[in-house]
Design a binder for this molecule. Structure first.
Ligand code: AR6
Length: 170
């Protein structure tokens, strides 16, 4: 599995799945979630409503998958990152789980190319250096632990600070 790093807007990527930093309601919001719903159109929200009606949203650290609507990607994997409190509320474990569960879901759908934003590092205020470490470690460990058929994982950094951190670590 190849790990790539780019800076830019995740909604422009033509990959099998882009990951969304959603909230547990799955009803959209700001940041990358807002951009995905805005550009992907109503089909994504309709799919989220169906999931909500079936299982009542998505827990922190878990992931669900929908169509990508009008986006160039094929699917959106919605995962819910932890809100940073003080580091003593399982934030690290839950953030790691977001990456692992998203990859498991991609694998279950036989997807080959997946792109991640920097989950929880915006509105949810997770410290960026720690979040970058967790994200990269989780993806690398996933590739080592499982006989994955996922070919490519791209980290998409929207802000320069995250790009510099990832660039240093990868
Ligand atoms: N492409 C890639 N990354 C982006 C984009 C984009 N178009 N836009 C922002 N980012 P955030 P969170 C980066 O706040 O912290 C929403 O309201 C941004 O620079 O989107 O997990 C949800 O509904 C940051 O590094 O997500 C939830 O309520 C990263 O995406 C809540 O925010 C994550 O920032 C989730 O908060």
């Amino acid at each position: 599995m190849e790990i790539k790093l780019i800076s830019g807007d995740i909604t422009t990527l033509k990959v099998d799945a882009i990951v969304n930093a959603a909230n547990s309601s799955l009803m959209g919001g700001g940041g990358v979630d807002g951009a995905i719903h805005r550009k992907g159109g109503s089909e994504i929200l309709e799919a989220c409503i169906k999931i909500r009606n079936k299982q009542g949203g998505c827990d922190t650290g878990q992931a669900v998958i929908t169509t990508a609507g009008l986006l160039p990607a094929q699917y959106v994997i919605h995962t819910v990152g932890p809100v940073w409190q003080d580091g003593n509320h399982q934030e690290a474990k839950l953030l790691r789980s977001c990456y692992l569960e998203s990859l498991r879901l991609a694998e279950a759908h036989s997807l080959k190319t997946v792109a991640f934003p920097n989950i929880s590092t915006g509105v949810y205020r997770f410290p960026k250096p720690k979040a970058a470490e967790i994200a990269i470690q989780a993806v690398q460990e996933y590739a080592r632990m499982y006989q994955t058929k996922i070919e490519e994982v791209t980290f998409v950094c929207f802000d320069q600070e995250n790009f510099d951190l990832y660039n240093h670590l990868i």
